[in-house]
Structures are given as structure tokens and as C-alpha cells.
Design a protein around this ligand. Structure first.
Ligand SMILES: [Zn+2]
Length: 253
């Protein structure tokens, strides 16, 4: 059982949520977005959602601690399903259409804005381009996306992330070791060989699936090198990304 952040909406009743709105603070809704996707022989199918939730939990603490902006973070329920066509052919890939995802995210954002949230921030860590586009298409006034798939944020992350050899490799495995170690099959992880395949290069070359790129076991990179310490550091950097995006939305910067 995952532990809940104190800012999780699960901890609110209708009365305490009304009381939060009555403070006059800007309520910032953080919504983790993930996928149900094969992540090698050692990581959970829900890895991307767990990453986004860990980042949301840390970002909420940072947002609550900011002075001068009167922000109150709330972690709203996650969006667990995404566009997962790259993993086609591997068991456990549950893909929904880009149109369905965008429409659903727009509806979720409208509900949160209608409920009094000043900013809705979708935190996305499933980096398939079609999925990324579908999430970004839900952005609008007061609705933003924090995702490390831009040069600005990617450069703050690890060398493996920047190489594109980063599906269920050192980067993602480290984050799960930090966030929820019971979701890493550690005896399997420790024995996995490096798979030097860059997803960004594969996609650029027109190879649209893990299978076409030669990822025989649905991972790339070096999962055996993962550590919880690296994972905590990556969560910190991803949380800083969220805070920066939220503050720039509030301040119009
Ligand atoms: Zn992933």
C-alpha cells in the first residue's frame, strides 16, 4: 500500500475542501499522469504513474513551503491510462486513443477549475511522443503540463535520460527504488545487461515500437546500475520542474 501525501485529496472532506477554498489561497491541483506499459522484466506496468505520483508528493511539499505566493497544493486523483502504442506486442500494454486521453484530461481540468482550483498541473512521465502531444493538447488557461520531454528540463536530468536509452533503465528504476522499492524485482534487476538502444534515435529513424527498435525485453539503458539515491535526486529535480511551471503560471512569467 502506497503511503498518501498529506496534500492528497483523499485526506479532504467536502467541509475541509470548502475551508481550504475559503482561505483565499490559490489552490494548485497536481494531477499525476502515467500509463499502463511494460517496463522490462523488473519494473511494474504502472511505473510511469508511480513516478508522477512521487514527483507530485514532493512538489506539493515544496509548493506549500513557498513564501509570497499564497499557494495551497492539492494532489488530485491520478490519470492512470495513456497512449502506449510503442509497447505493442508486449503483455500488459494498455493503450487508449490520443483523442480519448485529451478529452478526458480537458474534462478533469475543467472539473478542477470549476471546483475552485486556480491552477491544474498535469505531471506526465510517460514520454511516448503521441502521449505527450495528447497531454499537452489539454493545456489552456490555468491548465499546464510539467513533463521532462523538453530541452529545458531534460538537461537537468541524468546522462542516461539525456541519451534516450532510458526506458526502464537506470533512470526510471532508480526513481522506483526511491519511491516504492517493493515495485522493483531487485534480483532480476541486478542481473540485467545494458541495452544500448536510444528511444529518441529509434523514433527519429521511424521505428515506432520497442520491438522494431530491438528492445527484446521492453527496456533500454542500464537498470542494474540504478540506486535509490539517484532516484531521490531525480525526484527532486522533477519536483523543481513542477514548482517552476506552477509559479510561472501564477505570476504570468
Ligand atoms: Zn516509463
Amino acid at each position: 500500500m502506497r503511503s498518501r501525501s498529506p496534500y492528497d485529496i483523499a485526506n479532504f472532506t467536502t467541509e475541509s475542501f470548502a475551508a481550504l477554498l475559503a482561505t483565499g489561497n490559490h489552490v494548485v491541483a497536481l494531477v499525476a499522469v502515467g500509463s499502463v506499459e511494460p517496463h522490462g522484466p523488473h519494473l511494474s506496468l504502472i511505473t510511469d504513474t508511480v513516478i508522477s505520483e512521487a514527483v507530485a508528493a514532493r512538489a506539493a511539499v515544496l509548493i506549500a513551503g513557498l513564501s509570497g505566493h499564497s499557494l495551497s497544493p492539492v494532489i488530485a486523483p491520478s490519470v492512470n491510462y495513456g497512449v502506449t502504442d510503442c509497447a505493442a506486442g508486449f503483455a500488459g500494454a494498455l493503450s487508449i486513443s490520443a483523442e480519448a486521453l485529451t478529452m478526458y484530461l480537458r474534462a478533469v481540468a475543467a472539473a478542477l477549475r470549476g471546483a475552485g482550483c486556480r491552477v491544474v498541473c498535469f505531471i506526465n512521465n510517460h514520454l511516448e511522443p503521441e502521449h505527450d502531444r495528447a497531454v499537452r493538447a489539454a493545456a489552456g488557461p490555468g491548465v499546464i503540463v510539467a513533463c521532462p520531454l523538453t530541452r529545458k528540463w531534460a538537461r537537468t536530468l541524468s546522462a542516461e535520460f539525456k541519451s534516450g536509452q532510458c526506458h526502464a533503465g537506470e533512470y526510471e528504476t532508480s526513481i522506483i527504488l526511491a519511491a516504492e522499492p517493493s515495485l522493483v524485482q531487485q534480483s532480476t534487476q541486478a542481473a540485467l545487461p545494458v541495452v544500448p538502444i536510444s528511444l529518441s534515435e529509434g523514433l527519429a529513424a521511424g521505428k515506432n515500437t520497442f520491438a522494431a527498435m530491438g528492445m527484446a525485453h521492453a527496456y533500454a539503458g542500464n537498470p542494474a546500475a540504478a540506486t535509490a539515491a539517484e532516484g531521490h535526486e531525480m525526484i527532486e529535480r522533477l519536483a523543481a520542474m513542477v514548482v517552476t511551471e506552477v509559479v510561472s503560471e501564477i505570476t504570468g512569467a
